[in-house]
Design a protein around this ligand. Structure first.
Ligand SMILES: [Zn+2]
Length: 325
């Protein structure tokens, strides 16, 4: 069996991996940080990472079976165009076409969480389950949807953008999201926007214990600092986690009520790195999923870590290649 190429393209780096499609094993991988986020530079950097991974695995890049790329952004389905990738600063970038020319391989472009969902379903926390929702809360928020054993990308490829459902509660401070819109879930509960809010509120003198948890250095404020202050009994951190946990937990519960998956896979550094936040999210899930949708439903933590995205992208590339023939 030929190895398949999977690439995980995020806002700060790209990771290329050669994956054995029958076992899901990552045979070799190479990660490169972006020196510059312009599309041509990023594509050249991906091509370098692919060559390095191929060299480590002892294969020629041209001998790879197929390629899939998971991008932290909104992708226009099969065309391979990235419509909006806030962390890369990209709008309407023809990534699939450019990468195909750089790698000499057919390339399937998908949202990074669609790729992660596919990887977790094949080899991770949702093995063998046909209806799966994966929700990641890290610097941003997103989801991947597998319905009836198929990846659900929607009419134009942008289904699953859980981070951009509008949730601004009545009376809340209006917050702008990285996507350019206002009031998105991610604007209130994504790690990057949470850090911005912490800096604002620390400057107003509200987040004293959270600021103390990072030695008074506002540049280091993050979800993990809130978690530390929460664990020490700080009322500000408790109030903030109650608000953020309710927003995330309710959004997840509504997604489960709407789609009736049998497995919800939770992942991402903010959710899996903050035990108290995860507990609050799970409590809202237990309370708010429609009773009829709770039968045989389970919540699990993601199991593949960083590999979910590259493994899923590689497998989706293989399937795409098979169908294209
Ligand atoms: Zn948004």
């Amino acid at each position: 069996m030929k190895l398949a190429l999977g690439v995980d393209l995020g806002g700060t780096n790209a990771r290329a991996a050669l994956v054995d499609p029958t076992s899901g094993a990552v045979v070799a991988a190479h990660r490169l940080a972006h020196t510059d986020r312009t599309p041509a530079v990023v594509v050249a950097s991906i091509a370098t990472a692919v060559r390095e991974a191929a060299r480590a695995a002892g294969v020629e890049p041209g001998a790879l079976a197929s390629a899939g790329v998971g991008v932290a952004g909104q992708c226009l389905g099969a065309t391979g165009t990235v419509i909006n990738a806030p962390n890369l600063g990209w709008r309407d970038v023809p990534l699939g076409e450019t990468l195909r020319a750089a790698l000499g391989l057919e390339v399937r472009v998908v949202n990074d969480l669609s790729a992660a969902a596919w990887g977790e379903r094949r080899f991770g926390a949702a093995r063998g389950v046909d209806d799966v929702v994966l929700v990641f809360v890290g610097s941003g928020i997103g989801s991947g949807l597998i319905l009836g054993a198929r990846l659900h990308e929607g009419g134009r490829g942008v289904a699953g953008e859980l981070g951009h459902i509008k949730v601004a509660p009545r009376g809340a401070v209006p917050r702008r999201c990285g996507c350019g819109e206002w009031g998105c879930l991610e604007a209130y509960a994504g790690g990057m926007n949470l850090a911005a809010r912490l800096r604002e509120e620390a400057a107003e003198g509200k987040a004293g214990a959270v600021l103390a948890a990072v030695g008074g250095d506002a540049a280091k404020l993050s979800a993990s600092a809130v978690e530390a202050a929460y664990a020490a009994g700080d009322p500000y951190a408790q109030e903030l986690w109650a608000e953020v946990g309710e927003l995330i937990g309710t959004a997840c519960a509504n997604l489960v009520t709407l789609l009736n998956p049998l497995r919800l896979v939770l992942g991402g550094g903010v959710l899996l790195g903050c035990a108290n936040l995860e507990r609050i999210v799970r409590a809202h899930l237990a309370d708010r999923v429609l009773r009829a949708a709770r039968r045989d439903f389970e919540v699990r933590r993601a199991e593949l870590g960083d590999d979910a995205g590259v493994v899923g992208a590689a497998l989706l590339g293989v399937d795409h290649h098979a169908h294209a023939r």
